[in-house]
Design a protein around this ligand. Structure first.
Ligand code: DSN
Length: 416
């Protein structure tokens, strides 16, 4: 990046420091990953110079000879990978993708039903601080108090009571696999559109390590940068009968010109996600998450639902006497980066909740397997059990850095 260095040393230096941070730390934020260099190259290409409002063959600006080919290629690859009838790759990110779905099917004031934010739902699933909660009559289902699992009887009862026009499945902090068939049945019982937001587990679906919601849902939204390991972006997959409504809602409904560089990078990422190497990655993510969950449980940690079936786990630290935020900060100082997170029925406030959320995607992308996950579990245990010990955190940070040095991360191979 010598041109950037010559033009802007401050930003160059900050990006270089971030490269080093990402290379030297164990990154466990469940929504993060490492994209490949080819994905980054497409993201940073001349496509950022283009405007292309509209869709292939129906644009409002000229000069689309190559952009149309890129967008059609991205769409074809997504269709093939997920078996979708129709795909829109233009949403800027997950929140606009969900908003576009609401615009396609709802009028202001209509009823929606999604999982409550403190139970692992997403802001855009009807939280009162989000437009989805302000413009719609948002109702919520919670997790089962005893098991921490989705309780389909309660979801059905809530749906029958509030009669949503749109039912949302798919969650940001749920460590198990939702039953999409039951969600479909409930949606049909109340005459609702079924939206599955698969942002967190899309990569596992693509790699065959998680059941697909695509056959069951009217519409599936996903970001492209989490487990799916693509650029920052999103897409909407839907049944053909909803294609026109979805496309119109994305553009001109809520967006202007698509980010063509992102579209190209999505196409690159989808090609990668169709490979055997990606299938192995997806399977290893699930294995790695399980190994870490088992290690934490053996060290006396309480995991919501007692474990994980996907890429993430939610740890309730109440029995350890350490609040989530304090734990997250101590772990960050020890080179282990994750986020504090509310647990279901959390008595503490969202800005200082009882838990931490841990995801296995990024470390798996850099080649960590079972042995390294046990290392992570042991280090988390040491830090939490002696949470004020700054010297211990420094010592672990240097062990973490040494370990990471043996596992060059995708996109950061030049630092190895
Ligand atoms: N912010 C993302 C997450 O961390 O789960 C969801 O959009």
């Amino acid at each position: 990046m010598k041109e950037l260095y010559n033009s802007d040393q401050e930003i160059h230096s900050l990006i270089k420091q971030e490269e080093l941070r990402q290379a030297a730390k164990i990154r466990l934020i469940a929504s993060e990953n490492y994209v490949s260099l080819p994905v980054m190259q497409a993201t940073g290409s001349v496509l950022t110079n283009k405007y292309s409002e509209g869709y292939a063959g129906k644009r409002y600006y000229e000069g689309q000879q190559l952009i149309d080919q890129i967008e059609l290629l991205a769409i074809e690859r997504v269709k093939e990978l997920f078996g979708a009838e129709h795909v829109n790759v233009q949403p800027y990110s997950g929140s606009p993708a969900n908003l576009a779905v609401y615009l396609a099917f709802l009028n202001a004031g209509d009823t929606i039903l999604g999982m409550a934010l403190p139970h692992g739902g997403h802001l855009t699933h009807g939280s009162h601080v989000s437009i989805s909660g302000k413009y719609f009559d948002a109702h919520h289902y919670s997790l089962d108090k005893e098991t921490g699992l989705l309780n389909y009887d309660t979801i059905r009862e809530t749906a029958l009571a509030c009669k949503p026009k749109l039912l949302i499945a798919g969650h940001s902090a749920y460590p198990r696999i939702p039953d999409f068939k039951i969600f479909r049945e409930i949606a049909d019982e109340v005459g609702a559109i079924l939206l599955v937001d698969m942002a967190h587990f899309a990569g596992l679906v693509a790699g065959g390590a998680h059941p697909s919601p695509v056959p069951y849902a009217d519409v599936v939204t996903t970001t492209t940068h989490k487990s799916l390991r693509g650029p920052r972006g999103a897409m909407i997959l839907c049944k053909e009968k909803h294609a026109a409504a979805i496309d119109k809602a994305v553009f001109p409904g809520i967006q202007g010109g698509p980010h063509d560089s992102t579209t190209a990078a999505i196409a690159v990422a989808m090609k990668e996600a169709s490979s055997d190497a990606f299938k192995s990655y997806a399977a290893q993510v699930v294995k790695n998450a399980r190994v870490l969950a088992d290690n934490l449980i053996s060290n006396g940690f309480q995991l919501v639902t007692g474990g994980t079936d996907n890429h993430l786990m939610l740890v309730d630290l109440t029995n350890k006497g350490v609040p989530g935020k304090k734990a997250a900060k101590a772990l960050d100082a020890a080179g282990i980066v994750l986020n504090y997170n509310a647990v279901p029925f959390d008595p503490r406030k969202p800005f200082d909740p009882s838990g931490i959320r841990i995801g296995a995607c990024a470390v798996t992308s850099r080649g960590f397997s079972e042995k390294e996950m046990v290392f992570i579990g042991e280090k988390i245990n040491s830090v939490i059990n002696d949470v004020e010990n700054v010297e211990l955190q420094k010592k672990i940070a240097s062990e973490v850095k040494e370990l990471c040095g043996n596992f060059p991360a995708p996109g950061l191979e030049h630092l190895a």
